[in-house]
Design a protein around this ligand. Structure first.
Ligand code: NAD
Ligand code: MG
Length: 387
């Protein structure tokens, strides 16, 4: 029995993780679950999976849940401190890090510092604080197993290979729902259009990141820290069918790709059973039905944030943390109908421009940069909202 903690249990990755776990009765025990504020959904998960401890980031939601169910069946914790406690539970064997955004940074670090194997979907903490997270993981001898489909593909392609034999990795990107939109069309894009990813069903923030291609930018930075490769060894190719999840080219020019239908349950099952594989009753990839796999160069003029992320990674320091925080604020503002779609990139670029980068080797420096970027980003959001 593996004891599992799921951070961000009420989200899209949380749902898929619980789906996989329920297919293997007797193999996994749900020890802890966390969420932001959806106490009613968390209550249903408590009934179904009987965790020992849960935490809600939102204090009011935690109080409401505690009032309804008491502390008998399950311990209910509240706030960031509660999340950090669940992430570091002594009995946990595997922590699924599936919170969205910077809110996952301290809980993910808490799991690593407690010496837990971490299965990582929550890419934003690695973007902000990759150096610190990898340093702590090394110190504690902790493995970080990727859930993100591209990184899972690379991780699988690297199985049994030597790091020095890697020539480069090639991350695939679907191009998102706006791949063929003109600049003028993008200016008028609605939330519904931007959220409608052609191949994947995901939470709102990553869906918008896929529409701007910022998601691929964040994934370049994620890959840099997960696989310890310099930016010039990380390439991106547009592959609208999302069948090849990513590839690795080796020094002898051999390329290993990982393929499958786009379904996050496969990479999630992989980390749950790692290093084994378990049979999953899901549809098989039928290449004859798919018919054609196509590839194209990303259009950096149409999707400038991909290049911005790349440049930010190359410059390093606190810039990636600023990029991430400005993006989170801009995406939230777009989803709240405060700014238009193309203003997401404007807010990010203005915020990066105004930043004086520092070294990002302490948590304080990263958090300070994150807080500064949110203030600066909000200033630009107010500016564009008035225009
Ligand atoms: P989601 O919005 O569906 O779920 C997010 C989860 O995080 C929820 O449980 C929510 O309660 C929790 N949460 C949100 N804000 C929080 C806060 N301030 N404090 C504590 N908890 C908070 O998101 P998702 O699509 O499941 O994505 C989760 C992470 O996984 C993201 O980093 C995303 O980039 C990554 N990811 C998702 C997919 C996917 O298919 N959904 C694929 C690859 C990577
Ligand atoms: Mg991905």
């Amino acid at each position: 029995m593996k004891n599992i903690v799921i951070l961000g249990a009420t989200g899209s990755i949380g749902d898929s993780t619980l789906d996989i776990i329920s297919r293997f009765p007797g193999q996994f025990r749900i020890l802890g679950l966390t969420a932001k504020s959806r106490d009613a959904k968390l209550e249903k998960l408590i009934e179904r999976h009987a965790p020992k401890v849960v935490a809600l980031a939102d204090l009011k939601a935690a109080a409401a849940l505690k009032k309804r169910i008491g502390n008998k069946r399950v311990k209910v914790l509240a706030g960031e401190a509660g999340l950090v406690e669940v992430a570091g539970l002594a009995e946990a064997d595997l922590v699924i890090s599936a919170i969205v955004g910077a809110a996952g940074l301290l809980p993910t670090l808490s799991a690593i510092q407690a010496g837990k194997t971490v299965a990582l979907a929550n890419k934003e903490p690695l973007v902000m604080a990759g150096e610190i997270i990898q340093r702590e993981a090394k110190l504690k001898g902790v493995s970080i197993l990727p859930i993100d489909s591209e990184h899972s593909a690379v991780f699988q392609a690297l199985h049994g290979e030597r790091h020095e034999d890697i020539k480069r990795m090639i991350l695939t990107a679907s191009g998102g729902p706006l791949l063929r939109h003109s600049d003028i069309e993008k200016r008028k894009v609605t939330r519904k259009e931007a959220l409608a990813h052609p191949n994947w069903k995901m939470g709102p923030k990553i869906s918008i990141d896929s529409a701007t291609l910022m998601n691929k930018g964040l994934e370049i930075i994620e890959a840099r820290w997960l696989f310890d490769l310099p930016p010039d060894k990380i390439d991106v190719v547009i592959h609208p069918q999302s069948i090849i999840h990513s590839m690795v080219e080796f020094v002898d020019r051999s390329v290993i790709a990982q393929l499958g239908l786009p379904d996050m349950r496969t990479p999630i099952s992989y980390v749950l059973h790692y290093p084994k594989r378990a049979p999953l009753d899901l549809p098989s990839l039928d290449l004859a039905t798919v018919g054609t796999l196509t590839f194209e160069k990303p259009d950096l003029k149409a999707f400038p944030l991909l290049n911005t992320a790349y440049e930010t990674l190359k410059s390093g320091g606190t810039l990636p943390a600023v990029l991430n925080a400005a993006n989170e604020e801009a995406v939230a503002a777009f989803l709240n109908a405060q700014i238009g779609f193309t203003e997401i990139e404007a807010v990010i670029h203005q915020t990066l421009e105004a930043h004086s980068p520092q070294s990002a080797d302490t948590l304080e420096a990263v958090i300070e940069a994150d807080e500064w970027a949110r203030m600066e980003g909000k200033r630009w959001i107010r500016h564009y909202a008035r225009c």
